[in-house]
Design a protein around this ligand. Structure first.
Ligand SMILES: NC(=O)c1ccc[n+]([C@@H]2O[C@H](COP(=O)([O-])OP(=O)(O)OC[C@H]3O[C@@H](n4cnc5c(N)ncnc54)[C@H](OP(=O)(O)O)[C@@H]3O)[C@@H](O)[C@H]2O)c1
Length: 222
């Protein structure tokens, strides 16, 4: 059974993608920082008749990320990776503190780079899907550093698509607008997240279009 590693699999889009991929007969390796959330997703997958393992992993920790990818590749037939873990801090640039800036760059950019670099030497054939955002397509007011982090992942993905052209390894960049997930819990940047698309709907589009180089899912007009 082929395995897919999903980062940030304990909630939101990562959870919904994991549930759908389990139904497509992938073994899921659910990763994130909080064991209890991963455990709950594993149980949901198993209740559907699927297969999953969990691994506590902070993607911003380079040594941890590299060591864990190496161990997982010895243990499982790893086919792919979904770099989904991400954080956002929003507001005027002069009001963002250093910790918020660092967290976005270390999680969204470096996390994606560390895991991808660690996995690639193990793959002959495979698929790496990078969850970006429409903030990786155009800048937005009060999203400067978040957009910078997502533009970085876009550049990373587009470059690897060229570097690995003709190999058995595929890269997909996913750009979506707002989703109703826990992502918005500690911010008032979005006034009413319940008006955003459910993560399950976005996950379904991604899984259906997984063979494409890039997937763009714009927000619904309010
Ligand atoms: N929600 C939106 O409107 C929206 C729109 C466009 C793009 N996105 C992107 O979609 C992706 C998923 O977000 P979501 O909306 O599903 O939000 P979410 O429910 O908050 O999911 C993000 C996940 O990332 C994990 N995470 C955060 N920092 C981590 C770290 N250092 N190491 C490992 N895991 C970490 C969190 O789990 P733990 O805290 O347990 O580790 C969480 O489960 C993100 O990349 C986000 O930027 C979201």
């Amino acid at each position: 059974m082929k395995s897919m590693i999903v980062t940030g699999a304990g909630s939101g889009l990562g959870k919904e993608l994991s549930l759908l991929l389990a139904k497509k007969n992938f073994h899921l390796i659910l990763t994130g920082r909080k064991n209890s959330k991963l455990m709950a997703v594993k149980k949901e997958i198993e209740a559907l008749g699927g297969n999953a393992d969990i691994l506590e992993l902070d993607v911003s920790n380079e040594d941890d990320a590299t060591r864990n990818i190496n161990t997982l590749c010895k243990q499982f037939d790893v086919y792919g990776l979904i770099n989904n873990a991400g954080v956002g801090h929003f507001g005027p640039i002069v009001e963002l503190n250093s910790m918020e800036i660092k967290e976005m760059i270390e999680t969204n950019v470096l996390g994606t780079i560390y895991l991808t670099r660690a996995l690639l030497p193990h793959l002959n054939k495979g698929h790496i899907i990078n969850i970006i955002s429409t903030a990786g397509l155009r800048g937005k007011i009060n999203e400067s550093v978040y957009a910078a982090s997502k533009f970085a992942v876009r550049g990373f993905t587009e470059s690897l698509q060229k570097e690995y052209q003709g190999s058995g390894i595929k890269f997909t960049a996913v750009y979506m607008g707002g989703m109703d997930t826990p992502f918005w819990e500690n911010t008032d940047h979005i006034k009413d997240p319940s008006r955003l698309r459910p993560a399950g709907e976005i996950a379904e589009t991604i899984v259906n279009k997984m063979d494409e180089d890039s997937i763009i899912i714009e927000s619904k007009k309010p």
